[in-house]
Design a protein. Structure first.
Ligand code: UDP
Length: 238
């Protein structure tokens, strides 16, 4: 179809926490279906979508370490959690007839494919949604860094980070009534003002490889579609 769109290939980062929805723990199937609907709209206008999913709804290495576990073991558990989320997302996408592949940074033969950059690009070019899971495959990193890394590798035009708030604020808008929202920022402004957008590794990767980053609110219906059509929901960092 010839619907106007700004981006042909995007990398969408979904946090694990977003998948919990109204459940107390784990994965809310209603949220999965909602995400499949939003992603299906993009597929429908020919946008190629790489997805990186987090694991914070299940396990986080830092939290496990605080509870007494070895950090690296905790990070391995966190990365495996992202694989479970990826399987749930694939299931929801395929139930909506959206062709989907899952690629894991940690090989898991018989469950998901191992990440291979060239195969990922080929799948994206075919119009398949590709879900990248198991983060970067290394402890001490986050799935935000994985999103920026994979976005750069597969030559996505933008990294879209879905969050609970509608962009980047000068302070936490839930706690500080004077917090102001930014429409645009440079990477260096994010770094200098210590704004909590993504971890420093992720921000530096995007800056050094000149891939723009947009932070937006996933719960706002239609925001994702609006962005790929050139809308300015959320905050653009470039
Ligand atoms: N993780 C890791 N290396 C990576 C990506 C993730 O060790 O490259 C681990 C880390 O313990 C992290 C957990 O996986 O806490 C879940 O990822 P993240 O916290 O980024 O998930 P999100 O906050 O997006 O749900």
């Amino acid at each position: 179809t010839s619907v106007e769109k700004k981006y042909k290939r995007i990398l969408l980062k979904l946090s694990g926490e977003a998948l919990t929805g109204s459940e107390r723990f784990g994965i809310d199937p209603k949220i999965l279906d909602q995400m499949a609907l939003e992603i299906g709209q993009l597929v429908g206008i020919g946008v190629q979508i790489g997805l990186v999913v987090g694991g914070g709804n299940l396990f986080r290495g830092a939290a496990l370490q605080a509870a007494g576990l070895d950090r690296v073991t905790g990070d391995h558990m966190g990365m495996l959690a992202t694989v479970m989320n990826a399987l749930a997302l694939r299931d929801a996408l395929e139930r909506s007839n959206i062709a989907t592949q899952v690629m894991s940074s940690i090989p898991m033969s018989g469950v998901v494919d191992h990440y291979d950059r060239r195969k990922a690009i080929r799948a994206l070019s075919n119009g398949d949604v590709v879900i990248f899971c198991a983060g970067t495959g290394n402890p001490m990193f986050t799935t935000d860094s994985a999103a920026c890394l994979r976005g750069i590798e597969v030559e996505a035009e933008v990294v879209l980070k879905a969050t609970k708030v509608d962009g980047v604020y000068s302070a936490d808008p839930m706690k500080d009534p004077d917090a102001v929202r930014y429409d645009r920022l440079t990477y260096d402004e994010v770094l200098d003002r210590k704004l909590e957008v993504m971890d420093l590794t992720a921000i530096c990767l995007c800056r050094d490889h000149r891939i723009p980053l947009r932070v937006f609110e996933m719960d706002k219906a239609g925001a994702l579609l609006n962005i790929v059509r050139g809308g300015d929901d959320g905050t653009l960092i470039e």
